[in-house]
Ligand binder design. Structure first.
Ligand code: ADP
Ligand code: MG
Length: 696
């Protein structure tokens, strides 16, 4: 491998390449576009497009694609060659500014949640010039936003960019109040730690459930799980380590700062964390990380599972979405800082964030609601379905002092009189970690820990950016007109911390007691994705997104529809897969085993007429009872699925999948898993949990 610094970003049309390849004025205008999120000047688009094309061709590209994020949860791309005919038998390589900036495609096969009738199939992709283009697999990838003919967003990126604009504008108003006249833009920064499982490809190929649904729908636990806690941070085996090395190299070439890798809590589970980036880039990069995790695995005879819960009984996978606010002057607004004046600004920002989480608890929950994530949230391995904030002991004491109008004495014995709004500096990292909290302050950033491993992180960040922007706006509206700034800030802090104290929780988020306590505090507990989707279009959410033009009510309603539909489709696929596996593989295999056991009993007695056949009789009785029960459970499942599938109303349908189909699936699984433990290995048609978790 060449040195990292040589290969890093070598496939990215980044600032260095732009400086090298663009005329000076064009380069300057591009940098402005990127840094300030300004629209690109159409005059320079042709120049940029041409430079991009020449650079891409030098990197081996023959095609370009507008790369976008439709609401399918995965990315989409359609490749066009750069060629353009000259005369009858010649072509030249061409790429115009128009082709760079805008693409048109038939959008009718992408989910639109009813926004678009099929006869209005046009969809447009527009260049997101604030995220770098890159070359991969012989194609120039241009990150784009995707909207309908009538201008509604049909993707994850458009509202994300709008939300970034909102938080920048409102954060600017806050820093201006504290005398910062230099900052021109505030960007939310995101670092998403990605968890995943690895399974051997040969074993994977024998599991239809993994192939169709990404998780095991059957499987008795292996004798060993994660109880010895020997996998977390354990040494990497050579196969995994070779895989990770190639993955890193692929990501570095694309300019992704893949930094940390380690074994996770469950066997065959791992994590990759990149260094944080501006939110829209972080979203693009996370999608590429997930894509390369899968692709690179194939080359090593492995398969990467990004599902939130591939295996019952061992930890599932999540994504820690680390979030902060950075100024273009290089400050982290969530850094508590050292001088009292800056701390007031920090406390105000903290107050805004806490208020946002409390007021928009449902939205935070909705943003991570996904059929796969239902297996993790509240299951004692990931945060509960209740949204709360952990700020650490020291900040919590400061907040309580403000609420109670008391003097705060810091651990270091510095004193603050809260009559005047000054706060002593406090040491960083006096906070211990609380890994059971859904939203935890970790020194200079918040870590949103409810996100599922397979999800696009756009929606969680859209929600954070927009909800927090709204609170900053409310504060700025008051403070910009305040007669006495100091008194007004002190008032806001006291009021906000008092009113939203209920959302701060430092205890064990996995415990039953917290569920009861949260209910007393009036916090919402939307247990399932279906419960969460129902409240997406509630008025306060529509008002919030409308306030900053992040999403219209039409867009919210269409997204809600898509979420319900998607949920139903996922459960439908899982149920059909179970029916097929049980009917065609498992039940016949158990029958064959029963027949052979019966045959061997008969053979035994043919030789020794009095020989005891206790084992055979007992085993056959138990297995045939279970196999009959499994057969019945398949029938029940088949009925519930066809009932659910026939429903027209999206909400009722999702409810039917959740309330009727899932219990029928669980019942079938129970029978099958019990049979697995008493059927001879050679008869069992599927690799076991032990094979999948320990043979990598
Ligand atoms: P830990 O979770 O153990 O605290 P790190 O401090 O290394 O781990 O951070 C985890 C993730 O948080 C990394 O992806 C890192 O880049 C990201 N991160 C660190 N600082 C920020 C920040 N200011 N904004 C957003 N993400 C950040
Ligand atoms: Mg972390």
């Amino acid at each position: 491998m060449s040195s990292i610094s040589e290969i890093f970003g070598c496939m990215v049309f980044n600032e260095d390449v732009m400086r090298e390849r663009l005329p000076k004025d064009v380069y300057k205008s591009m940098v402005k576009t990127i840094e300030q999120g300004k629209p690109i000047d159409s005059k320079i688009a042709d120049v940029v497009a041409n430079a991009m094309k020449d650079w891409a061709i030098a990197k081996g590209a023959t095609h370009y694609t507008h790369w976008f994020q439709p609401l399918t949860g995965v990315t989409a791309e359609k490749h066009d060659a750069f060629i353009s005919p000259v005369g009858d038998c010649k072509v030249v390589m061409e790429f115009s500014g128009k082709e760079l900036i805008r693409g048109e495609s038939d959008a009718s096969s992408f989910p639109s949640g009813g926004i678009r009738a099929t006869f209005e199939a046009r969809g447009y992709t527009t260049w997101d010039s604030s995220s770098y283009a890159f070359v991969k697999d012989g194609t120039l990838y241009i990150p784009t936003a995707f909207c309908s003919y009538t201008g509604e967003a049909l993707d994850a990126k458009t509202p994300l960019l709008r939300s970034m604009e909102a938080i920048s504008n409102q954060s600017l108003r806050i820093v201006r109040l504290f005398g910062d006249s230099l900052t021109q833009r505030v960007t939310p920064t995101v670092g998403a730690e990605q968890e995943y499982f690895i399974v051997d490809k040969e074993i994977y190929d024998l599991r239809k459930d993994l192939m169709y649904s990404g998780r095991t729908l059957f499987g008795a636990p292996a004798p060993k799980g994660q109880e010895l806690e020997d996998h977390y941070f354990g040494p990497l085996n050579s196969r995994i380590s070779a895989y990770m090395a190639e993955l890193d190299e692929n990501l570095w070439k694309l300019g992704i700062n893949s930094k940390t890798k380690h074994n996770e809590a469950a066997p065959a589970q791992h994590e990759l964390a990149p260094i944080y980036a501006t939110t829209n880039m972080a979203v693009d990069q996370n999608l590429l990380i997930m894509e390369y995790m899968k692709k690179t695995a194939e080359k090593h005879g492995l398969v990467c599972l990004l599902h939130e819960k591939p295996y019952k009984g061992v930890n599932g996978s999540g994504k820690h979405n680390n979030w902060s606010l950075a100024t273009d002057t290089g400050k982290n607004l969530l850094d508590p800082g050292k001088t009292p004046a800056e701390n007031i600004q920090f406390l105000l920002i903290l107050a805004g964030i806490i208020k946002a989480v409390d007021e928009y608890q449902e939205l935070m929950r909705i943003s991570v609601a996904h059929a796969g994530n239902d297996h993790r949230l509240g299951a004692g391995e990931a945060p509960p379905a209740i949204t709360s904030v952990f700020v650490g002991e020291e900040l919590e004491e400061i907040i309580d002092a403000i609420v109670n109008g008391k003097t705060y004495t810091s651990v270091k014995a510095s004193v603050m009189d809260l009559g005047i709004p000054t706060v002593p500096t406090f040491r960083k990292d006096t906070t211990d970690r609380n890994r059971t909290s859904p939203f935890a302050f970790t020194g200079n950033k918040f870590e949103f820990r409810m996100v599922g491993s397979s999800q696009n992180i756009a929606l969680p960040n859209i929600v954070l950016n927009t909800a927090i922007a709204k609170e900053f706006k409310e504060f700025a509206d008051i403070l910009e007109n305040a007669e006495n700034f100091d008194i007004a800030v002190a008032q806001i802090l006291k009021e906000t911390f008092t009113n939203h104290r209920r959302v701060i929780f430092s205890g064990n988020g996995y415990s039953k007691e917290w569920e009861a306590e949260a209910e007393k505090r009036g916090l919402c507990n939307l247990k399932t994705a279906v419960d969460a989707y129902k409240v997406f279009p509630m008025q306060k959410n529509i008002d919030l997104f409308k306030m900053f033009n992040v999403m219209s009510s039409v867009e919210i309603n269409s997204r809600t529809d898509i979420l319900f539909e998607n949920y139903s489709k996922i459960i439908n696929i899982e149920a059909l897969t179970m029916i097929e596996m049980a009917s065609r593989d498992i039940i016949p295999a158990v029958s064959a085993y029963i027949a052979d056991v019966a045959g061997s009993a008969a053979a035994k007695q043919a030789v020794v007429p009095d020989a005891s056949c206790f084992m055979e009789e007992d085993l056959i009785t138990e297995l045939s009872e279970l196999n009959n029960a499994a057969y019945k459970a398949v029938k029940v499942l088949r009925n519930t699925v066809s009932n659910a599938a026939a429903m027209k109303d999206h909400i009722l349908q999702a409810e039917a999948y959740h309330d009727d189909v899932i219990p029928a699936m669980n019942d079938l699984r129970d029978k099958v898993d019990r049979m697995e433990t008493i059927t001879a290995s050679e008869y069992w048609p599927l690799p076991t949990y032990g094979d999948m978790l320990f043979r990598v």
